[in-house]
Design a protein around this ligand. Structure first.
Ligand code: GLC
Ligand code: CA
Length: 557
């Protein structure tokens, strides 16, 4: 008998999707403040998201990952958390969180929340207590305080610089300084402290008990630190080649923390999942992704690669190998809230300095928008055919470009100010979504938007794309619906490329993905075309296009 599974055309039932649902999930990242505003205050909120669950279901994603929605002064877009077990009143309430969770689950969509364990905000109760307490006090042990150098402690303990620019130490006025790898409003926690460890276990439980299915772990590589004196210089830190003994990053003992978390996750049924945001070289990634650890880790290799067939195939190969090693499934990411949107990256000449381009308000070099979108669709269709999970970022399904010409006084990213304007920052990918073709914020909210929505975003509005068969939104819907039917095993077999510009492989069930990275058409391989990233004409795969084909199905016995 020919089973449905043998044809690869069966939709995985709830049973199958349970404990392993994350292995091949399509996870849609929502940046809550910029998704949908339900009460016209200019800030996206939880009710706004709940109102769009139908949209997410129709899009066909398996899970939603919410960037932080916790109380925060927004010194770093919410990654400066005041209270890990509450909702920012501007974004909603815990009751509204429960409503959102229920609506998502009702639509068979899992929910992943962001946990920010490397640092709290400077408004967190612990940090306030630390500031109000003297040097050497218990309250200061939860953070990383050190006496300054110089006679009166007027010099920082070391020359370290923070990720957002400027020094990584901030004085508190009594001779002590505290460490902040990011903004000064984000004091680093001391993970050698037992209370810190225990409190995060409480936080994880708090959300897991509320029905959250998984966690995205922010800056997962930096929690464990060794500040034994004498402190290394910044130059020495920069020279460290990820030995596992760098004082601030990717230290081997960070995995003790995640082993403890994993035990907690596994107390739940199904076990809670986690994905590490760990900016470490590929060969160190498997440690985060191991089944005894977080279980999965972001692979940003494609996001960092250009439009290039050779780069894509070697990155895919390497990451599938790493996934086999760790027992995790791989992850594929082209865009997120920290990088220039991929439709724009691919619109610019390879090697463009993206920050310099942003600083020129996107004028020079001039982006070829159409080409960028064409390549972006092709790259997306390629990653959606790969074994593992695909992480999509809100708005990419609309083909949204980066907004490069936000007025300077509208910028919110601390990077801009901390670098004294040398880094434009990440606001251009965080602009609110255009839902409608009318209204001052194109349907994001009523009158206001916390970042201005450019008038030409009307071209990308959901309202106009939803009924247009050729739109990027319709294309994403088709691709996700087909993927859901086709995705079965986790194996991939490379097809011998017919040209150096081609990346092609098959998956179980006779599913072929074929990408032509080149600028001229190439012959179409055998099979029936199921989805293509650009219109097909005749028996060739057009330039900069991915097609999915299915080989003839076995005839029923
Ligand atoms: C992560 C987040 C980024 C944030 C940083 C500090 O990299 O993705 O948005 O600024 O951590 O929390
Ligand atoms: Ca609102």
């Amino acid at each position: 008998m020919t089973t449905l599974a043998a044809t690869g055309r069966t939709a995985a039932g709830p049973q199958q999707r349970d404990a392993t649902w994350w292995r091949q999930a399509v996870v849609y990242q929502i940046y809550p403040r910029s998704f949908a505003d339900s009460n016209a205050d200019g800030i996206g909120d939880l009710r706004g998201i709940t109102g769009k669950v139908g949209y997410l279901r129709e899009l066909g994603v398996d899970a939603v990952w919410l960037s932080p929605f916790y109380p925060s002064a927004l010194a770093d877009g919410g990654y400066d958390v005041d209270d890990y077990r509450a909702v920012d009143p501007r974004i909603g309430t815990l009751v509204e969180f429960d409503e959102l969770r229920a609506a998502l689950h009702g639509a068979d969509i899992r929910l992943v929340v962001d946990i920010v364990p490397n640092h709290t905000s400077n408004r967190h109760a612990w940090f306030r207590e630390a500031l109000a307490s003297p040097p050497g006090s218990r309250a200061r042990e939860r953070y990383i305080f050190r006496p300054g150098r110089g006679e009166r402690g007027e010099l920082p303990p070391s020359d370290w610089t923070s990720t957002f620019g400027g020094p990584a130490w901030e004085p508190v006025g009594d001779g002590e300084w505290y460490l902040h790898l990011f903004a000064p409003e984000q004091p680093d926690l001391n993970w050698a402290d037992d209370e810190v460890r225990q409190d995060f276990l409480t936080t994880l439980r708090f959300w897991a008990d509320r029905g959250v299915d998984g966690f995205r772990i922010d800056v997962a590589h930096a929690l464990a630190k060794d500040l034994t004196e004498p402190l290394a210089s910044q130059a020495e830190l920069d020279a460290d080649v990820c030995s596992g003994a760098h004082p601030l990053q990717d230290r081997d003992e960070v995995h003790d923390i995640y082993r403890e978390w994993r035990r907690l996750f596994n107390e739940y049924d199904p076990p809670r999942t986690a994905v590490a945001e760990a900016w470490v070289p590929a060969h160190r990634r498997s440690r985060y992704a191991s089944p005894e650890g977080l279980g999965q880790a972001f692979n940003f290799d494609l996001l960092e690669a250009g439009w290039n067939a050779t780069a894509f195939s070697s990155i895919i190969d390497k990451n599938l190998e790493l996934a086999r090693e760790s027992g995790a499934s791989s992850t594929w990411v082209l865009s997120n809230h920290d990088v220039v949107r991929h439709a724009t990256r691919y619109a610019l000449p390879d090697g463009t300095d993206l920050n310099a381009w942003l600083l020129h308000d996107g004028a020079e070099p001039h982006p070829d928008e159409e080409r960028g979108r064409r390549r972006a669709r092709a790259a997306t269709l390629l990653i959606l055919a790969l074994p593992g999970s695909a992480y999509l970022y809100q708005g990419e399904e609309l083909g949204l470009p980066e907004v490069a010409d936000l007025p300077t006084d509208a910028l919110q990213d601390p990077t801009f100010l901390r670098s004294r304007g040398e880094q434009k920052g990440r606001d251009g990918c965080r602009v609110p979504l255009p839902w409608a073709v009318q209204g001052p914020t194109l349907g994001f909210g009523d009158r206001l938007a916390h970042l201005p929505v450019p008038a030409d975003f009307v071209r990308f509005a959901v309202e106009s794309q939803a009924s247009d068969e050729d739109s990027t939104l319709s294309f994403y819907r088709r691709a996700l619906a087909e993927r859901r039917l086709l995705q079965t095993g986790e194996s991939l077999e490379w097809l011998t490329p017919t040209s150096p510009a081609v990346v092609a492989f098959t998956r179980p069930g006779g599913w072929t993905s074929f990408t032509n990275f080149g600028s001229t058409p190439v012959p179409m391989p055998a099979g029936t075309v199921i989805v293509s990233s650009s219109p097909i004409d005749g028996h060739t795969v057009p330039a900069e296009t991915t097609v999915w084909l299915q080989q003839d199905r076995p005839a029923p016995l």
